[in-house]
Design a protein around this ligand. Structure first.
Ligand code: ADP
Length: 469
């Protein structure tokens, strides 16, 4: 049975039980009340009868007068003489047990009273009796009995019972209708929420619950809506990650395939016996250079992988930036001179708070790119204070980058000119590594470039006071 059915049945049973109990109790209560009232009324009437009967004229008139009284009242009337013997009854044959002779015990009890009415109301008998002593009687009557059938007293009960039962059945009808409607009202949010939870569990995260209620059900529906929206966002994010992962794998496969083909081609050539020593040297160098590129590719990939899986890969400390820039000058001086490019590097002492090893890698990538894409002119590495920061800039007068490439420049394997960049030994991961390192420092990398004029890559580091000597 569903929740709506259960609630309906519970309400109906509870209310029917309540109504039936109240009705039955009312009938019992009314019966007892009517009986008490009947007894009290008989007692009052008995007192009145004492006064009436004992002053009736005696002799021959007495039976006729007694009949008149008997007809005027709604009780059975019996008169006894002083010995307790029945003298007359009105109507002639009164029902019940006290006919003929009064019991001695009752006579004794009655003679001890004056103007008092003794009531006899036994549970198992169908009548109520009232007895009285007539000590001042001016006629032959000495004791008086009036009686009444209990059924007479209970007569109104039939009507009352009919009224109560009719009311009860009407109530039960109303209860069934109201309980069903109320159960439906109460269970509607549960049914709605249950349906929604099932839909969401089945993956329908776009499902929205419209339950405008301010109670706990309303709060639950808000929570479910929030949960669905969170799932929706997570789903979208997962799809994006999946897509990125897929593209990333495709890129890696692509990047690996080319050098592998070249190496295999070179090896095949080297297998030929009639190859002259110069050519042999050339194929060996070719294979070695591509193997080297493969090795750099995997090393860059490993670096990126480590950075993205370890949130704490940055270990910041205070250091002098000039320590790193001097190294750059040393490492790249020869390459710049060979190309005829003017390499100029700032070397003034300035302290920053960052991970020195990682910043070294950032500068290495930026300067090697600048030299790679600059045929003439200069490559500058400059840094200066700017409020709480130190701005570091690598500028060149190289090929420049068309503005349409700028938004995706820091994506993995993004190259403007894939073939030429590979020829220059690039893995397509250098700027992605730069970005991931600066991201981890909470810093941004900016690029400004004009095609044919050169580029400027810049970022800020947190300035730090020089450590005590
Ligand atoms: P790569 O290994 O190909 O150099 P990067 O991620 O370092 O990979 O650079 C991505 C691309 O950005 C390069 O292929 C090049 O097209 C462009 N690029 C990077 N730096 C410069 C620069 N200083 N001048 C011109 N183009 C650049």
């Amino acid at each position: 049975m569903n929740i709506r059915g259960k609630l309906s049945v519970t309400f109906i049973l509870l209310l029917i039980f309540g109504v039936t109990a109240v009705s039955s109790y009312s009938i019992l209560f009314i019966r007892a009340f009517l009986l008490d009232e009947g007894v009290r009324q008989m007692q009052d009437d008995g007192r009145w009868m004492i006064q009436t009967i004992q002053y009736l004229p005696g002799g021959t008139q007495f039976p006729g007068r007694l009949d008149q009284v008997g007809q005027a009242i709604r009780y059975h009337l019996v008169i006894y003489d002083e010995t307790g013997m029945q003298l007359k009854a009105s109507p002639a044959e009164p029902p019940g047990m006290y006919t003929g002779m009064l019991p001695d015990s009752l006579i004794r009890e009655l003679t001890a009273t004056e103007n008092e009415v003794i009531m006899v109301n036994e549970k198992e008998t169908d009548f109520i009796y009232a007895f009285a002593h007539l000590p001042r009687s001016v006629n032959e009557a000495h004791y008086l009995q009036i009686s009444q059938a209990k059924d007479e007293i209970f007569k109104p009960i039939a009507t009352i019972r009919w009224i109560i039962y009719t009311g009860m059945f009407i109530s039960i009808g109303l209860i069934v209708i109201v309980s069903t409607l109320f159960a439906r009202y109460l269970s509607r949010p549960i049914v709605t929420l249950n349906k929604a939870a099932r839909r969401i569990a089945e993956g329908d995260v776009n499902y929205k619950i419209n339950l405008r209620r301010k109670d706990e059900f309303g709060a639950l529906s808000d929570s479910l809506n929030q949960m669905a929206s969170r799932l929706r966002e997570d789903n979208a994010q997962l799809q994006q990650i999946n897509e990125k992962q897929r593209l990333f794998l495709a890129d890696i496969a692509h990047e690996v395939r080319n050098p592998l083909h070249t190496i295999m081609g070179s090896l095949e050539m080297l297998e030929m016996n009639e190859l002259n020593p110069d050519k042999r040297k050339k194929y060996l160098a070719n294979a070695a250079s591509h193997a080297d590129r493969l090795s750099r590719l995997f090393s860059d990939l490993m670096t990126l992988q480590r950075y993205s899986s370890d949130e704490n890969f940055i270990r910041e400390k205070v250091f002098d930036l000039s320590g790193i820039t001097r190294k750059m000058d040393e490492w790249y001086r020869e390459e710049a001179d060979n190309k005829g490019v003017d390499l100029s590097v700032d070397k003034q002492s300035l302290f920053v708070e960052a991970d020195p090893g990682k910043i070294e890698q950032v500068l290495e990538n930026l300067i090697s790119n600048a030299l790679k894409f600059t045929a003439e002119g200069h490559v500058h590495l400059r840094y200066e204070e700017e409020k709480d920061n130190v701005v570091v800039k690598v500028t060149d007068t190289g090929t420049g980058i068309p503005h349409q490439h700028l938004p995706r420049l820091f994506d993995r394997f993004y190259r403007m000119d894939k073939a030429r960049s590979r020829d220059r030994g690039g893995t397509g991961l250098g700027l992605a590594i730069v970005k991931s390192i600066l991201d981890a420092h909470g810093r941004e990398v900016h690029v400004e470039s004009r095609e044919g004029h050169g580029s400027e890559f810049s970022f800020r580091l947190k300035k730090a006071p020089p450590p005590p000597a």
